[in-house]
Design a protein around this ligand. Structure first.
Ligand SMILES: Cc1ncc(COP(=O)(O)O)c(C=O)c1O
Length: 363
């Protein structure tokens, strides 16, 4: 895609993993204010106390987690938070269960920590396969990674599925790493934090961040919440690596959490785009999928084109639309990931180009 772009070819990017909106103005102003008033130095490694407190309060009120400021570490992005959790808990030979399709960084982090990934592929519709998860358990299972809403499928796990996983975790004393980065981007149903089930306080590590909810991907700001033992290890990891999230970015995060930050219009716009692109894809009759309830991705099976995801992505790219082959997300070679984090105007043009490709297949 980059090569084609460098040659001046117009590509509509439906491979992107970030909101195309601008960061809300009040958040930008807060960062500017912080810099102008000299808030440009080191902060405590775990983050500034007022942001840790604000995050803890958000987790108590919105997510029903029993956490205090001392249970929270502010990190440079949620990816870093996930990395710390894996580094702190996964040892050589430990097994980590990852329902797939899944964001590839999970697999890489676990492998880097010396752990063994056990993938649990989900079937059509992408519900979590609880029976398969039970069968994958062994005395080496250390952790289960849960990501709802999910990248790449947009699937939003329901309370029943999450409770089943929580019950398994409690019965076998297994950690659950819950990546809730797409929490605010839900169009039907509600977000459930797996840490809200009774008895999960010592077992759940909840990770979230500011990238997707507040269009702040480049700011690098996230957080992790867990019991104090895990938080102590995470703080040490951060202290001796990144040191902290940038000081003025933390002030911006504090502002973002305020109710006046405009999130709802962005969510509404994403829902309109989702409905549009799902309807158009259905009309083309070669994309097999259920309308996803969250995030900003669709993960259709494209086998009706007679091609695998890789080949079909190449064909789309030739016609000026970039998407991501499903293979990247844990062996879903017949799927592709389509992101609708792009303007309505661009989505319309992308749909028109995709129709041309699909029509050419029938000829
Ligand atoms: C599932 C998932 N988790 C975490 C991240 C990382 O987000 P951040 O920008 O907070 O590091 C991403 C980014 O694409 C993601 O898709």
């Amino acid at each position: 895609m980059r090569e084609l772009q460098a040659r001046g070819v117009n590509i509509i990017q439906l491979d992107v993993g970030e909101p195309d909106f601008a960061t809300p103005g009040n958040v930008i102003n807060a960062a500017e204010r912080a810099m102008e008033t000299g808030f440009t130095h080191y902060t405590p490694s775990a983050g500034i106390p007022e942001l840790r407190e604000a995050v803890a309060e958000k987790l108590r009120i919105n997510n029903h987690l029993d956490v205090k400021k001392e249970n929270v570490v502010i990190t440079p992005g949620s990816k870093q938070a996930l990395f710390y959790a894996v580094m702190a808990l996964v040892d050589e030979g430990d097994e980590v269960i990852i329902p797939t399709p899944a964001w590839p960084s999970y697999m890489e982090m676990v492998t880097l920590a010396g752990g063994k990934v056990k993938e649990i592929p989900s079937s059509y519709g992408f519900q979590l396969d609880i029976e398969a998860l039970k069968s994958a358990l062994s005395d080496k299972t250390k952790m289960i990674i849960v990501n709802s809403p999910c990248n790449p499928t947009g699937y939003v796990a329901n309370e029943k599925e999450l409770k089943a996983i929580a019950d398994i975790a409690k019965e076998h004393s297994i950690y659950v790493l819950s990546d809730e980065i797409y929490e605010r981007l839900i169009y039907e149903g509600d977000h459930v934090s797996i840490g809200s089930f009774p008895g999960m306080d010592e077992l759940v590590i909840t990770v979230n961040g500011f990238s997707k909810a507040y269009a702040m991907t480049g700011w690098r700001l996230g957080y992790i919440a867990a019991c104090k033992t895990i938080i102590s290890a995470v703080t040490k990891l951060q202290q001796h690596s990144a040191s902290q999230a940038a000081s003025f970015v933390q002030k911006a995060g504090l502002e973002a959490l305020k109710p006046e930050t405009a999130v709802k219009p962005m969510v509404k716009e994403f829902k309109t785009r989702r409905n549009y692109i799902c309807n158009e894809l259905k009309k083309m009759k070669v994309f097999d999928f259920r309308v996803p309830a969250g995030a900003f991705y669709i993960f259709p099976d494209v086998s009706k084109t007679g091609m695998n995801g890789d080949k079909f992505c190449d064909l789309l790219l030739d016609k000026g639309v970039s998407t991501t082959p499903g293979e990247a997300f844990g062996g879903f070679g017949w799927n592709i990931r389509i992101s609708y984090a792009n303007s309505m105007e661009n989505l319309k043009e992308a749909v028109s180009r995709m129709e041309t490709v699909v029509e050419s297949l029938k000829a």
